[in-house]
Design a protein around this ligand. Structure first.
Ligand SMILES: [Zn+2]
Ligand SMILES: [Zn+2]
Length: 153
């Protein structure tokens, strides 16, 4: 499935920023927006390689950064020093809860948080660019936690 609207956003951004418009960059965009969940640059690179893509690792890395700059992707850090990305395109704003034992990531939205970053910025005389709200916790279900950790590796 082609994301024509996303393509247009990315193309315009590349033009404005005087970045080269290459088919490889759009190929990375398609894979990144089609990725289900959160991913590291290497994970995406391996996935593309396994699908016979010939895009280089360097292109994957720098294209992901460009996609963050034009807001098609969000860059997240879940406390383990690995940058992870996820699609913003056609997705609702959400926050994350991360299990520090097994690494499971739960997405949630809570109406009580709505407007808080904006209002803090307003009080401090800033314009909000983005924010991240992560909760670090431990699964109560120890069996499920252990199982997830073992399956993941
Ligand atoms: Zn997420
Ligand atoms: Zn857990």
């Amino acid at each position: 499935m082609k994301n024509e609207k996303a393509e247009e956003i990315f193309r315009n951004f590349l033009k404005e920023e005087k970045n080269r418009i290459t088919p490889e960059r759009f190929e990375v965009m398609e894979y990144a927006l089609g990725y289900d969940g959160h991913f590291g640059a290497d994970e995406l690179f391996i996935k593309m390689k396994n699908s016979k893509s010939r895009v280089s690792r360097a292109t994957v890395y720098n294209t992901l950064e460009l996609l963050v700059q034009c807001n098609l992707l969000s860059k997240r850090n879940f406390g383990d020093n690995i940058s992870r990305y996820e699609s913003n395109f056609k997705r609702q704003q959400h926050d994350h809860l991360i299990c520090v034992e097994c690494g499971k990531i739960i997405e949630f939205t809570d109406a009580r948080l709505t407007g808080i970053p904006e209002s803090i910025c307003k009080d401090l005389n800033f314009d909000l660019d983005s924010y991240s709200f992560n909760i670090f916790a431990r699964c109560r279900n120890k069996k499920a936690c252990k199982k997830y950790r073992n399956e993941k590796n």
